[in-house]
Write a protein that binds this ligand. Structure first.
Ligand SMILES: Cc1cc2nc3c(=O)[nH]c(=O)nc-3n(C[C@H](O)[C@H](O)[C@H](O)COP(=O)(O)OP(=O)(O)OC[C@H]3O[C@@H](n4cnc5c(N)ncnc54)[C@H](O)[C@@H]3O)c2cc1C
Length: 288
């Protein structure tokens, strides 16, 4: 049984913002509800009021503009993303990550914006969004829209920079670098539907011949993290590729801070980070 709450289903963004302003911390936005309703059932959250954003037409927008980027509205589901034309080619790493999330029934309901707003360390869409330089477009009633790089959006386990009166309107993912290749590796306890024991997203491309590698992780730190120091390693001139890969593995394993839980011990996770990072970089390098 869920605790009692008032339910609103606004049909415009301004109506939703008015409701948020009125109820403040007593209100919660609901999109797919696949995280929120579980937390309410378990009495972790007890909002007095739910504001359902699914009927707001401008939040259902998913649009790719050549040379500009991809906009994913707050009510866009994972299914919408997987079905959007050419996304698998253009944003392969994001598409792959979305494909690993839950099952078909879940993907029919759950949203990408809900995935980042929930701010679980295990959020599968986050590593891909981080290495693609995605930005959250946040709106409140008084200040209009502000844009925040995803790297600054997550501040702790299930914590974001969002204020109670704010809504993430959409996520913007810029045009990826030309001829890049991206991949998401999700290690699970079983090859079925599960949260990641470790997730790692990688993106590789060449900039005037120089190899560029970006890496980000889920399930190994309080927030999903991009390890930018790795990017510097591949810019170095006086190291062989093998040495750079080993240096990248070392840096990544030092930057993560996994915990032990039902899905695996901290030690096991750390080993997985090393193995998955090494394999992923080798695969990326072979392609670009
Ligand atoms: C069976 C099951 C399997 C799952 N498997 C996976 C998995 O493999 N990988 C994974 O990453 N996750 C998984 N999840 C978690 C969940 O499905 C995802 O995090 C999902 O993307 C959440 O989206 P939602 O639209 O359902 O969010 P909701 O539950 O509606 O919202 C989540 C949180 O974000 C807030 N919120 C939502 N939208 C906004 C907005 N626009 N502005 C401000 N705040 C907002 C809500 O208030 C709430 O606090 C699973 C969940 C279940 C129940």
């Amino acid at each position: 049984m869920l605790p009692k709450f008032e339910y609103y289903s606004p049909t415009s963004l301004s109506e939703a913002l008015d409701l948020l302003e009125k109820y403040g911390e007593d209100a919660k936005i609901i999109a797919g509800g696949t995280d929120l309703l579980v937390s309410m059932r378990d009495r972790i959250l007890k909002p007095k009021c739910l504001i359902d954003i699914k009927k707001i037409p401008e939040l259902r927008r998913i649009e790719y503009k050549e040379g500009v980027g991809l906009t994913i509205g707050a009510a866009v589901t994972f299914k919408d993303i997987l079905e959007y034309p050419n996304l698998e080619k253009k944003y392969r790493v994001l598409w792959e990550a979305v494909k690993t999330i839950g099952d078909m029934i879940l993907r029919n309901r759950a949203t990408l914006v809900g995935n980042i707003c929930n701010a679980s360390p295990a959020a599968d869409s986050a590593p891909a969004l981080l290495i693609l330089d995605a930005r959250a477009r946040i709106i409140n009633k008084n200040d209009g829209v502000r844009e925040v790089p995803l790297e600054r959006f997550f501040i702790g386990v299930k914590k974001t920079i969002l204020k109670p009166t704010e809504i993430v309107k959409e996520v913007f993912v810029p045009e990826p670098p030309a001829n890049c290749y991206g991949k998401y590796v999700k290690v699970m306890r079983v090859q079925s539907e599960d949260l990641a024991v470790v997730g790692v997203a990688g993106l590789a491309y060449r900039d005037r011949g120089d190899l560029i590698i970006r890496l980000a992780y889920s399930s190994v730190a309080p927030t999903p993290i991009r390890v930018k120091e790795v990017e510097e390693v591949f810019k170095k001139k006086n190291m062989s590729l093998d040495e750079k890969i080993e240096e990248a593995v070392k840096i990544s394993s030092e930057k993560v801070s996994p915990i032990s839980d039902v899905r695996g011990s901290a030690e096991y996770r750390l080993n997985l980070v090393k193995v998955a990072t090494r394999r992923l970089i080798k695969e990326l390098v072979e392609v670009v």
